[in-house]
Design a protein around this ligand. Sequence first.
Ligand SMILES: C[S@@+](CC[C@H](N)C(=O)[O-])C[C@H]1O[C@@H](n2cnc3c(N)ncnc32)[C@H](O)[C@@H]1O
Length: 492
Amino acid sequence: MSRTRRSVAPSRHTVTIDSLAFGGAGVARVDGKVAFVPGALPRETVVIEVVGRRRKFDRTKLIEVLTPSPDRRPALCPHVSLCGGCSLQELVYERQLEAKAQHVRDCLSRIGGLDVPESGPPVSSPRETRYRNKMEFTFQPRPWEETPPEVPGPGPALGLHVPGRFDAVFDLEECVLPSPRAVEVLKEVRAFAREHSLPAYRSRWDEGLLRHLVVREGHHTGELLVALVVREPEHILLELGPRLGERIPDLTGVVLIVNRTKASIAKGEQEQVLWGRPYFREKLAGIEFELGAQSFFQTNTAGAELLIDVLRESLDEALGSSPTQAPGPAGRRHGHLLDLYCGAGTLGLCLADRFDQVTGVEQVAEAVTSAQRTAERNGIEHVSFHVDDVERWVREGGPDQDPASPSRGIPGPFDVLVVDPPRAGLHPKALETLPWLGAGVIAYVSCNPATLARDAAGLVAAGYRPVGLRIVDLFPQTGHIESILTFRRIID
Ligand SMILES: C[S@@+](CC[C@H](N)C(=O)[O-])C[C@H]1O[C@@H](n2cnc3c(N)ncnc32)[C@H](O)[C@@H]1O
């Protein structure tokens, strides 16, 4: 049976905002039912219009702020009314961090049933704007609401999504998250697409050419890598590389990525260099990383450096060692570290000076190649990285042991586990098998407090005790937040 949304007659209400929901919308009650109000802040009295009804909540639009919060400030960006990205930008930064930290605590207690001690205060991002080293923009046939459908538009739109609309983007002119160079690249590519009347991809009909533009920058190196994601390679696109090379200072490379699937992702099975080289370099915690267009890397370089400091402190605390003790040449004292969902090896490589051995597992081959090249480039020899699905690797990755054992084939042993899964958290099979590895300490690095809380409850049931929580803001102006939860094994 197909689910259809009921259209509602617009209805207006004056409400007071109680709190902020995860993601940044204000939360109010209309006739006892929860209403989400994007753009409204706690304690504000506002006029809202209901634009969508669900069984448990209403979606609403902010019409007017009658009593503004003392914590409200002017928007940072001209696209605030159309873009869902920086949903907290009108709230002063200190309150953003407080609200997000509280959300992490609430998730752990409500979803996980856990009351975890915090080992330090929430950590602010060193930069509040211009902190992103990666932006993904999307093409659509025309800019959102620019012109009525019967009037020809200016050509393909290139920008960010209108919230809740997978098929609508607005033409981006400014953005406070990346450096101005990223927006310059966007404008050049959009102009090129319009000059050559190149069609944007339309997923409904699986037709068209241009899908995404990815701009990646090394904040410490100044290097810039551009990737254009298309449905099919086209001859005319060969002109784009040299054109960008000529016009964008410090450009390192331009690559074409072909994605023939219907999935709206800025990734693809085939890569072609249009100009320069297919990777850029970035430094983190003294290590120089070599990153391809499709490798995951922490998007806030300065914030990630703090995240690594905090991770070190959290591990020291969980392992019961003195944080002041410097790890000298003989100081690789924590044994074997397993870095699961390791991406380009960021965490494992940055922690390698504290361990005798580091093993990383990641499913994207290009990211593993980046990790291996980075290890080589930086002379880090006691690390190995494997391309595999974590669930499969944990179950089958090592040499066979007792054929009767349920944990037959498990690699290891490992002293410490760092897990940094995607937003969906640990696959149930991974959650089931991780405790078999027998690590004394687990550090769970998470960008989604809800799945962190769910998985934390699973680890507790499997014999681990949470010993410390740290919250680090890698995503100012947005509703996202990073946390590190450490566990110690209490059952052998
Ligand atoms: C949040 S990122 C963390 C990357 C890395 N730890 C870092 O700090 O840069 C999650 C990573 O998990 C990888 N991944 C997702 N599902 C996976 C799976 N089932 N098995 C292995 N890797 C997976 C993604 O490709 C991505 O690189």
